[in-house]
Design a protein around this ligand. Structure first.
Ligand code: 3H9
Length: 692
């Protein structure tokens, strides 16, 4: 065997008449310029070697090529373009076999689809996840995949970015052969030898028409797909571009359609949506990293969890742990509340099972991990106890004081408070270093975000354990500091305040909601309040008819649950603007001496969003979040901020921090100190910098 280093990431070996081009660029063999050059050099050399009759393309390390190198996007392009490489391989007169392990994703799968054959180990996965980065596959993926799997399947796979396991990929025709896990290279070489021995041709995917031909001249296939997915695709450019490129695969000659695909890709890669989604990709990975906590910080094994409170929150939290196979004891004060809570959890699981997303035996297994108790003493041997009781400082302090005396030393005591001072709660115990906030978002079994609230005295192993357990239960954790409402709710309060002011100054709730919905939020603040219930925190005894919400509650318009709130609801819970609310608003504005005026959509948006960005800047200057991108991750995963706008802080940068600051100053002059710019915002603008 002879081996040549093509460059530092590509090696070419020859075993008889088979050349093996091995790529080794950790961590994921992303197609950097160096790797692309290495592949080109290797293929050229193998083609020039008259003794080579077939080529195997394989990767070292944990995975086949996981895609283009995302860090190169948005920078000047260097090295061999991927489309050229793909053409070189597909048109190679010697058969090229891709040997896949790990994940062949994006440009990695495109490379493999240009090969004449693909073999993969059973654990391998393939997919075109570009859409998740606001892109479409840019090197023939939208052209070749439909030729192998058909139009419908290609639409599904490419617009979802889903990964397919090798055995399924074999059934779909993406992979030619699944080979034993432990012997990929040998099996790929044997596969190539068999091809040569059989004198097999080496087909090009581009020449196939059997799977796409039937869809030709049938625009309804694409129209129906768009319609069926309109909700999921709302606001995103990339899924629509994927559909157009696949339609081109069906309707246009290959070379024209590839050019079209490329033009769509280049447009998207230069646009703000993809920049936002790429930002989110890296931000999600960054959020796990805590600068002052080393990777080797010891963690506390969490084998058993206690939860106090079997209400909606406590029940949802418990499900996360049961889902991850961790036993949970739930403590409630009364048997009927406990039974109700456990009953709701069971119904939740059964509903999931009814949709086919959970096996009946898994329902039982998970329920079997949950036990109930009426006394805190049942929590003595838990490693982590999470309190999810009523949001009241005195109650929480009382609970923590008791827990401290009951739960074994070394265990973590966590509060699910959404606003309260974690340090004050910690001070009710003799182990403040083992107290932390774990702020779940409702519904806690569904929402991805977990704000991990680090108290002044929280020990590093406790923080490290919280981050680790968050990952284990499938959450995206953001580490935050103690302040009122932490990161998410503290910023939300800014938006809420402005929304309430706007409706008195001249807008209507449905105007504000429409603007924020069109911006990409799942719903506006008033629709959201109606859904949550307007009477949260409201009381008959203290109400004073001084806000629209109070007056609505006084009239028993408490939101969706009473059939009316800011909106009127029909029997199917469909909302319509309410003349009653309109009158309440007009009367209250008059009573407060406010002269109403026409308010533009732009003003609504800026007034709701810019103070949030400003508050985010204050959070950063106070050190309550580690980095701006963590704030973005919190808003995307906890509040449905549209991922294609990258989170509030990224959005501020897209708008231009100078513009945000200028508007804040205008609003401050006109509307008062609610708009006082954060010192950090002033500083960054003065220095011409962004949040990074
Ligand atoms: C594309 O291919 C476009 C083409 O169609 C057209 C081109 C013309 N680039 O996730 P992990 C880093 S678009 C650069 O923690 P895992 C990642 O940031 C691309 N870096 O590991 C992290 O760095 P750090 C289509 C990348 O085992 C480290 O690798 N492909 C890339 O949990 C480990 O990552 C995709 O969208 C990349 N492409 O999961 C696939 N990928 O350690 C994106 C990863 O410094 N990647 N890094 O934080 C993934 O989905 C996962 O990383 C993967 C591994 C499943 C591969």
């Amino acid at each position: 065997m002879t081996t040549t280093d093509i460059n530092d990431v590509a090696k070419l070996s020859r075993l008889g008449d088979i050349a093996v081009l091995a790529l080794d660029s950790p961590p994921v063999n992303a197609l950097s310029a160096r790797l692309r050059d290495g592949i080109k050099g290797g293929i050229d050399q193998a083609l020039a070697d008259k003794d080579v009759r077939a080529i195997v393309l394989i990767c070292r390390g944990k995975t086949f090529v996981a895609g283009a190198d995302i860090t190169e996007f948005g920078k000047p392009r260097t090295g061999t373009p991927l489309p050229d490489l793909v053409d070189l391989i597909e048109n190679s007169p010697k058969a090229v076999v891709a040997a896949i392990h790990g994940t062949a994703l994006g440009g990695g799968l495109e490379l493999a689809l240009a090969c004449h054959y693909r073999v993969a180990v059973p654990s391998a996965k393939v997919g075109l996840p570009e859409v998740k980065l606001g892109l479409i596959p840019g090197s023939g993926g939208t052209q070749r995949l439909p030729r192998l799997v058909g139009v419908q399947k290609a639409l599904e796979l490419i617009t979802s970015g889903a990964q397919v396991a090798a055995p399924v990929a074999e059934g779909l025709g993406i992979v030619d052969k699944v080979v034993p896990e432990a012997s990929l290279e040998d099996a790929a070489i044997a596969f190539a030898r068999d091809l040569l021995a059989a004198g097999a041709s080496h087909p090009r995917v581009r020449d196939r028409d059997d799977k796409i031909g039937p869809a030709r001249g049938k625009p309804e296939i694409f129209a129906e797909f768009r319609k069926a997915n309109a909700r999921a695709f709302r606001g995103f450019l990339a899924p629509e571009y994927c559909i157009r490129a696949i339609e081109a695969a069906v309707e246009q000659p290959f070379d024209d359609a590839v050019k079209y695909e490329r033009s769509l890709f280049l447009e998207l890669v230069a646009g703000s949506q993809s920049a936002a989604q790429r930002h989110v990709f890296f931000a999600e990975r960054q959020a796990w990293k805590v600068p002052d906590i080393a990777d080797d910080t010891p963690t506390i094994p969490v084998a058993k969890v206690g939860i106090i409170g079997a209400g909606t929150m406590g029940g949802g939290i418990a499900m996360n742990f049961a889902n991850a196979g961790i036993p949970v004891t739930i403590v409630e004060m009364k048997q009927d509340a406990l039974d109700r809570g456990l009953g709701i959890i069971r119904r939740n699981y059964e509903a999931t099972a009814a949709k086919g997303r959970l096996k009946p035996e898994d329902v039982e297994r998970r329920m079997g991990l949950l036990s109930g108790a009426l006394d805190l003493s049942a929590l003595a041997d838990c490693d982590l106890v999470i309190e999810a009781v009523f949001e009241n400082m005195d109650i929480k302090k009382d609970v923590f004081g008791k827990l401290d005396g009951i739960v074994k030393q070394g265990a973590i005591l966590a509060t699910n408070t959404s606003y309260l001072d974690v340090d004050e709660i910690a001070a009710a115990t003799a182990r403040p270093d083992h107290v932390i906030g774990l702020h779940f978002f409702s519904p806690a079994n569904v929402m991805k975000l977990l704000e991990v609230v680090r108290g002044e005295k929280t020990a590093k192993p406790v923080v490290a354990t919280a981050m680790q357990i968050a990952r284990k239960i499938g959450k995206i954790a953001v580490l935050v500091g103690v302040c009122h409402g932490f990161v998410g709710n503290r910023m939300l309060a800014q938006r809420q305040r402005e929304a309430n002011k706007l409706i008195l100054e001249g807008a209507m709730p449905w105007d504000v909601d429409r603007v924020l919905y069109d911006f990409g939020m799942p719903m506006g603040p008033f629709a959201m309040s109606d859904l949550a219930g307007l009477d949260i925190g409201w009381s008959k005894e203290t109400t004073s008819s001084s806000t629209v919400r109070e007056i609505l509650c006084e009239m028993d318009r408490r939101g969706q649950k009473t059939g009316a709130g800011f909106y009127d609801y029909d029997e199917k819970r469909r909302a319509s603007p309410s003349p009653v609310t309109e009158k309440i608003i007009l009367d209250l504005a008059a009573r407060k001496g406010i002269t109403r005026r026409a308010i533009s959509d732009d003003e609504i948006l800026e007034r709701c969003i810019y103070p949030m960005i400003n508050e985010g800047a204050k959070i950063l200057e106070e050190g309550k979040a580690i980095r701006a991108s963590d704030i973005d991750i919190a808003w995307i995963n906890g509040y449905g901020w549209p991922v294609y706008r990258g989170g509030p802080m990224f959005y501020g940068e897209i708008v231009g921090l100078d513009k945000v600051l200028a508007r804040m100053k205008e609003f401050e002059a006109r509307l008062g100190p609610d708009f006082k710019p954060a010192a950090l915002l002033e500083k960054l603008v003065a220095e011409g910098r962004g949040f990074k």
